[in-house]
Write a protein that binds this ligand. Structure first.
Ligand code: ATP
Length: 258
């Protein structure tokens, strides 16, 4: 095989990998709709060039320029997430499941079920490949093993740690009382307040899973990839948590249930 063929194959391999990686990042996010929209506009632009529709061409050219300039602003969370994943080599190593086992899942499920019954508000974020150091630093460091008792005591009404999010990373409760960025999406059910918005927000900026227990209704919800699924029962919650072990994103809980 000549050197030229080898470099061509390498070229194709690298581009295939990059496209696969980008598709993996955007699949299931709002960027998919955007790409569909852009593909349609590009299609119309090509057609109008072939038919020499000068005014339509001028309009689409200007429109696409504006879109290209505004894209990084509108999709800042997705871009940040992609760059973070690249920076951490997150797509190559999957260490988030280390220290996880059936005991940790049981503890979280039974703590959440108990809080749901007692209508104790809670927000638990479980990080995966993208680290949440920035958010952990906003709270009170705990660096403790996961236990049902600790989860329950953090979120008790009188606990000084109950306000804000508890973050689990690398199989440990890293911190409580963490402040998360709220999602700015306008299509979130207006009856959901800041706890749910914070859960959606963190999953827009990272690949974390966020569990919410509503203080008002006791309803259990899970957020992933910027999407919130509400009214989970304990079996579904267990399934969502077990997915954390799953290496394949296609198998993710939300993708199967939406
Ligand atoms: N930015 C944030 N980061 C982390 N936690 C937050 C943030 N904003 C609010 N919270 C948590 O949400 C609580 C307020 O919840 P709020 O009632 O506004 O939300 P909600 O979605 O309606 O939830 P609930 O159904 O439990 O009432 C706060 O006491 C705090 O614990």
């Amino acid at each position: 095989m000549s050197w030229r063929i080898i470099t061509n194959l390498l070229d194709i391999f690298i581009i295939t990998f990059i496209i696969y990686f980008l598709l993996n990042i955007i699949s299931g996010t709002r960027a998919v709709q955007l790409i569909k929209g852009l593909a349609l506009i590009f299609g119309i632009a090509v057609l109008s060039q072939l038919l020499k529709l000068n005014t339509v061409n001028w309009f689409l050219d200007s429109f696409l320029t504006i879109i290209m300039v505004t894209l990084p602003i509108v999709f800042q969370p997705e871009l940040r997430r992609a760059l973070e994943q690249i920076g951490r080599g997150g797509f190559l190593k999957e260490q988030f499941w280390q220290n996880w086992g059936p005991k940790e899942i049981n503890d979280i499920v039974s703590a959440v079920a108990e809080m749901s019954e007692e209508k104790t508000g809670a927000l638990i974020v479980i990080s995966r490949r993208v680290g949440l150091k920035n958010y952990i630093e906003t709270g009170i460091k705990l660096e403790s093993l996961i236990s049902k008792q600790l989860l329950l005591s953090v979120f008790q009404h009188h606990s000084p740690l109950h306000d804000g999010a508890l973050i689990i990373e690398n199989g440990k409760i890293q911190a409580a009382s963490c402040f998360l960025n709220l999602s700015t999406r306008s299509d979130i059910n207006p009856r959901l307040g800041t706890r749910h918005r914070a859960a959606i927000g963190i999953t827009e900026e990272s690949d974390a899973l966020a569990l919410v227990v509503s203080e008002e209704t006791g309803v259990i919800s899970v957020a992933e990839d910027g999407t919130l699924k509400r009214y989970l029962d304990t079996a579904e919650l267990r399934e969502a948590l077990s997915d954390i072990f799953s290496r394949s994103k296609e198998k993710s809980f939300m993708r199967r249930h939406l």
